[in-house]
Design a protein around this ligand. Sequence first.
Ligand code: ZN
Length: 220
Amino acid sequence: VLVHNHFQEFKVLENGKTIYLTYDDGPSQHTEKLLNVLAKYDVKVSFFVKSSSYLSIIERAYNEGHAVAVHTYSHDYKKIYSSEEAFFADMSAIRKLIAKYTPYVTPLFRFPGGSSNTISQLYNRGIMTRLAKSLTEMGYTYFDWNVDSDDAGRARTPEEVFNNITKGLQRCDDAVVLQHDTKEYSVDAVERVIVWALIRGYTFAPLTEDSPTCHHPINN
Ligand code: ZN
C-alpha cells in the first residue's frame, strides 16, 4: 500500500487486517467533507442511509465505490418496531428513495439501534428475533459492529472518536466500525484514523454480502 501524506510517500507491508468503516443515519451536510477525505486516500466505506434532504449525495458515494446500504426511512423506533408490517413498509420506503439515486439497491442492512437493541421491547415483544430471521430468509444480510466510535454516546470530539476507534481496532482482526456521518466531530476524526491505520498496514474495504457481519446477541 502506498501511503501519501504532505511530506512523504512510503510503502507499508499489509498486516492482513481489514477495516470496514460504516456510517449510519446520513447523509448530512457533513457527508461531502467525508467523501472528500475518503477520495484523498482512496478508502472505500459503507453508508447505512436514512431519508434525508442530502440523499442525492449517495449518487456520488456509489459512483466512487462506496457501499450504499439500507438503514431506515424514519428512524422512529416506536413506528418501525411496532409490527413487522410497519418495519417492512419503512424499509421499502427507504429502498425506493435509494433507487432514485443508484442503479442497484444492496441487500445490506443495519437495524436502527442494532440487532441487540432493547428499546423495541417497549413496542413489540420478540420482534427483533422474528425480523432477524425473516430478513435472513429473504436474502438480506444485516450488519452490527465490533468497534463503536461512541460518537452517538459519550464521544464529543474528533480526539475521543479517534481514540475509541483505534483502541477498538487493536483488538480485532476484521473490524466493522460504527460511526455517524451526521456528527461533524466524528467526520473530523476520519483522516487521522485513516493515516493511523494505513501506516500500520491495515486495508480498508466496503461491506459486501461476504463481509463479517459482527452480529450482536439479540435481546428481544
Ligand atoms: Zn441509526
